[in-house]
Design a protein around this ligand. Structure first.
Ligand code: DOR
Ligand code: ZN
Length: 336
């Protein structure tokens, strides 16, 4: 097959940043995606109704005239039920970060214990607001996600009516969790389907592949591929495309994040085709997410063709310059 049509692709985990970076990266997602879950880890984090509404309108201004819906999230802290009721119609989920675990997460949760978080999580359950979680402890870097599994166990069993999304899973332990609790789901990134720690640090250090959670072992990547390629109904695509200026990536003290927005759909097509699973891409890229979040995306038909595309060395606007995954390399599918 040399062409592929996708209906309303969704990116269920996306960083759009703000100001000039937002202006640069937002159109690169909105050109191909019908909508995206927008991460709230700005400085300061998006944790009030006013900040959320203002951020949404800045996003809508930045997307040119593309048809695109930003699904907004709040940064998790302890919120009252009254507040959540008042903001419910403006948000699609709330994102929980353990404090200090990744970029701009200093204001996150210091200790995730089900008793102290119960008032907020019960209110979210009752109001039907999903909880998205960055699931890492601050242990040894390769074990951080695995060590977080007992926290997922506790959250999922203590709050059985709360929809919990394990964001950007990277391990076979997280894949196994999907079968343990009805209310646990997961997003999977493009880069974690493609790379292992070998690609990041096995040869010359590759700062543009450095992200959190770090890419893991081959058996972990295989477990992720298995559920993504077969469009397991509890997994969905979330790019975690996380742009940082080139100078912040190519630095002593490299910022975490892989920028995949402009190539995500094309490379997913290449990956699913390689494994003879192209017929499952529609579910992974949109249908599963619609079922999990109970959303109806804007109608948008995207056509791809099997035709080589040279990925640019960088994307630039004003004084912002960002390097995408596969910069200066050729990928096998293009946008039509
Ligand atoms: O690599 C990452 N970058 N992981 C995260 O969790 C945050 C993200 C960012 O915001 O840069
Ligand atoms: Zn993220």
């Amino acid at each position: 097959m040399d062409t592929l049509t996708l209906q309303s692709p969704l990116d269920m985990h996306l960083h759009l940043r703000d100001e000039q970076m937002l202006q640069l990266v937002a159109p690169l997602t909105s050109q191909t995606f019908s909508g995206a879950i927008i991460m709230p880890n700005l400085v300061p984090p998006v944790d009030t109704k006013e900040a959320l509404i203002a951020y949404k309108s800045r996003i809508l201004q930045a997307i040119d005239d593309h048809q695109f819906e930003p699904f907004m999230t709040l940064f998790f802290k302890e919120y009252s039920k009254e507040f959540l009721e008042s903001v419910k119609d403006e948000i699609t989920a709330i994102k929980l970060y353990p404090a200090g675990i990744t970029t701009n997460s200093e204001g996150g949760v210091e200790s995730i214990d089900v008793i102290s978080l119960a008032p907020t999580l019960n209110a979210m359950s009752e109001l039907g607001i999903p909880l998205c979680v960055h699931g890492e402890t601050n242990g040894f870097v390769m074990d951080r996600e695995k060590e977080f599994m007992n926290i997922y166990d506790a959250l999922a069993s203590e709050f059985p009516d709360l929809t919990i999304i394990m964001e950007h899973i990277t391990t076979k332990e997280a894949v196994d969790m999907l079968d343990r609790h009805d209310n646990l789901y997961a997003t999977i990134t493009l880069h974690h389907l493609l790379i292992t720690l070998d690609d990041v640090a096995g040869g010359m250090l590759q700062p543009h592949l450095f992200c959190k959670p770090i890419a893991k072992r081959y058996e972990d990547r295989d477990a992720l591929l298995e559920v993504a390629l077969n469009a397991h109904p509890k997994v969905m695509f979330g790019s975690d495309s996380a742009p940082h200026p080139q100078h912040a990536k190519e630095a002593c003290g490299c910022a975490a994040g892989v920028f995949t927005a402009p190539i995500a759909l094309q490379v997913l097509a290449e990956l699913f085709e390689k494994h003879d699973k192209l017929e499952n891409l529609q579910k992974f890229i949109s249908d599963n997410a619609c079922d999990i979040y109970n959303i109806k995306p804007l109608k948008k038909e995207i056509k791809l063709k099997k035709y080589p595309f040279e990925v640019p060395a960088y994307y630039k606007k004003g004084d912002q310059q960002v390097v995408p995954m596969y910069a200066n390399q050729t990928i096998q599918w293009s946008l039509m």
